[in-house]
Ligand binder design. Structure first.
Ligand code: G6P
Length: 374
């Protein structure tokens, strides 16, 4: 495996730009295109003997830390929709701190790029003691999580060197969307939806290639934001995770305070922060929450918020009447896959902000790629 920087200056930059290829590798051999007598479907060898148990479980509990937790959060809605099984979220350390309830009838899904994160490992031991079916989703073959879970899926994103996770995040979401397709029943009523998602997965590397063309635009935006103290990111639905992950990237590498906010909670606190100085990214790509996000934009606008709106291509006029905000237009994909596309401009923004602010992109201060101590 090639782990030099090639034509890039930093590993994070390389890993952002290689996402069309890493996503292709993640999906290779796992998606079936369908044909005259074969339905479009998904094949995940590491899960196939456990699908029945997972379908019958009382709930699925996603467990992870940092970016891996955010990836699971992005996949939660599609897993709920296709499987009908309730899905709950646990930050690994918090589950262990609370000794929260985990039952024999639960499926506990451990998401970890390294497969070695101490907090996630402790949560795994705890879930095993409680008798849950434990599934590992990791990028590292032979890692402790891969070895100690009952079954799982490798994300095959290739080696990730930059401390801030980028390509592993998008591959994790894609794997969990495939897990949702594998668990979800192949009924007539959801056939069109399943096929649309599978077609969307096939086309996703192309869409990511397209969104990477925003590189220069994101560098220009980073120049505008270089001296800011803080950046808010508002998202909801499928893109609540994008807001959290975009803010995490800015925080961890650009060393700028940034907060991902669930837009539905805006009125319950964050609105007090809005003024003409604080930059706010609002994610308002097309999905079932679009009109609600339009209303959020209006409310922020009415309070003179300094808005940067991410919208689907061609939607600039509908999200930003009068051209009063900065717009980032991204290609539209199937709603549940949109987080994969939407995170890319924010990864680029975090990258350029870091370089322009003169900080170490690949080794941010105080952070480690793999946190193996508690
Ligand atoms: C560290 C890294 C993060 C990562 C998190 C979880 O904090 O700096 O980038 O998201 O650990 O790591 P994992 O390997 O379990 O995904």
């Amino acid at each position: 495996e090639q782990i030099n920087k090639g034509k890039y200056e930093h590993y994070m930059q390389k890993e952002i730009h290689e996402q069309p290829e890493s996503l292709t590798t993640t999906m290779r051999g796992r998606l079936i295109r369908g044909g005259s007598c074969k339905a479009k479907s998904v094949l995940l060898g590491g899960l196939k003997d456990h699908l029945k148990t997972i379908r019958r479980s009382r709930r699925v509990v996603f467990i992870g830390c940092g970016t891996s937790y955010n990836a699971a959060l992005a996949a939660r809605p599609i897993l709920e929709e296709l499987s009908g099984v309730p899905v709950t979220m646990e930050i690994a350390s918090d589950l262990v701190d609370r000794q929260g309830p985990i039952y024999r009838e639960d499926t506990a899904v451990f998401v970890s790029q390294s497969g070695e994160t101490a907090d996630t490992l402790q949560a795994l031991e705890y879930a095993l003691e409680n008798g849950a079916l434990c599934v590992g989703i990791t990028n590292t073959v032979g890692s402790i999580i891969a070895r100690n879970t009952h079954c799982g899926v490798h994300i095959n994103a290739g080696c990730e060197i930059g401390v801030a996770s980028t390509k592993a995040y998008t591959s994790q979401i894609v794997v969990m969307a495939m897990v949702a397709l594998a668990i979800g029943g192949d009924t007539i009523s959801n056939q069109a939806r399943r096929e649309a998602i599978i077609d969307g997965l096939f086309d996703l590397p192309n869409k990511v290639r397209e969104v990477l063309k925003l590189d220069q635009e994101m560098r220009d935006l980073a120049k505008l934001l270089i001296a800011e103290q803080s950046l808010l990111v508002f998202g909801r639905g499928y893109n609540y995770a994008t807001a959290l992950e975009g803010a995490l990237k800015v925080k961890e590498v650009a060393l700028m305070h940034s907060e991902g906010i669930l837009a539905g909670e805006m009125k319950h606190g964050p609105l007090a922060l809005v003024d003409e100085n604080l930059p706010i990214v609002v994610i308002a790509t097309r999905d079932g929450c679009f009109s609600k996000q339009q209303s959020v934009i209006q409310q922020l606008h009415a309070r003179k918020g300094r808005l940067i709106v991410m919208c689907s291509k061609g939607d600039a006029a509908s999200v930003c009447p009068g051209g009063s905000c900065r717009v980032i237009e991204v290609p539209q994909v199937e709603d549940c896959l949109q987080p994969v596309v939407n995170i890319v401009p924010l990864q680029l923004l975090a990258y350029h902000l870091t370089v322009l602010r003169g900080f170490n992109v690949d080794q941010p201060r105080n952070l480690a790629k793999s946190v193996t101590t508690q």
